[in-house]
Design a protein around this ligand. Sequence first.
Ligand SMILES: [Zn+2]
Length: 464
Amino acid sequence: MLRLQNTLTRKKENFKPIRKQEVRMYTCGPTVYDVAHIGNLRTYVFEDVLRRSLEFLGYKVTQVMNITDVEDKIINKAKEQKKRIGEVTKVYTKKFFEDIKSLNIEEVEVYPLATAHVKEIVELIQSLMKKGFAYQGDDGSIYFDISKFKKYGKLVGLGKIAIKDGARVSADEYSKDNVRDFVLWKTKKKGEPSWRSPFGGGRPGWHIECSAMSMRYLGKSFDIHTGGVDNIFPHHENEIAQSEAATGKKFVNYWLHGEHLLVGGERMAKSAKNFFTLDDVEKRGYMPLAFRYFVLGAHYRSKLNFTWTALESAQSGLWNLWRELGRLKFLSEHDKFKNNRELVGKLEALFKAAVEDDLNIPGSMAALRRVMSDPDISPSEKRRLIFKMDKVLGLDLAYADVLSKIPVHIKALVVGRELLRRNQQFVKADTLRHKVESLGYEVEDTSYGPFIWPNYNRKSHHKT
Ligand SMILES: [Zn+2]
């Protein structure tokens, strides 16, 4: 039974989807005004692991991730660069998809654009106005009246906080200590994109986008909503208020939030200017998948401190996994081994139990390492089981088979070295070994003959 820590109840709960064996899930996507930093990417990796785990456990997943393509930050960037907002969002949307692809993040079913759903957003605002949850301010913008929604604060746990009547904010972000009515529709301003609506020209606020688009594709009530912990307030609190006020139904059953990535003990953020991007990672010679491996080393609800040293050891850890898988392939081709179904079943259950325990990926990685090192499991069974585990981990462990394709000229050199060794010409044999190494490969002598593998340090072998 899958158990998930639910931010809404502050408890680890048994997961029961609304529809049998089917999960409907919404994930807050990027605001495409800039390149994502690796702190943002950590959240997307967590959400991908969640999706993959649900699939591994046999659920059919329908996941929606919005792309916020109209927002204050985008408008400012466009002004700064003297571009149209569409030109800005196009560049960063493309970059976002490149980043998630290189992190082996699975594509979700729907990526709705905010600007393509203004109709749904306007309809939702209209129904909130009709029901008395929203009003037009004297500035012309439409605001959500939080004093009308009695459950306001249930996600973040505001308790009996004083809510100032009529105090409102037109920006999308504000603090927990300063709770106020938030904007649903921003009235038209000169030099800003706007759409027509029954309440005048303007554009949607950020929060209402997610309510409108999630319900458009997943229905009034669905199973899981995810994001980073910084989304809990005000964004997700506001989503609950908007959706439940409009429909009178429970919006989402399970809220899951991923913790921050830190740098030097501080939260990585654009505003703090202490961030790195995936391009920075690659420029320093690291694979994007090494970053994924690094992220998988911590539970998604733990803060994780990023250092280049930690990334270095993540990369060599991943390389070793690939090498071991290559070695297992080599062994399975060179000898007969007995299968041990009982032990394999036990270790697979261990892996699954870790995944089901609120996605304990460090625990499932430990199960993988046990499989790798157990002398009583045959190499081919190990490979089969590890590739199955990789459906959750998403480390592209099958890349080991690409690496194990050794070029013919390298193989020829190694065969030549073997002949020299058999004839006791060790000095000449060593010269050939050095030649092989200088070409980017290493040779390990085993009882089944030489095992050849690409050098870790040779960048040209690395998956990018
Ligand atoms: Zn959202």
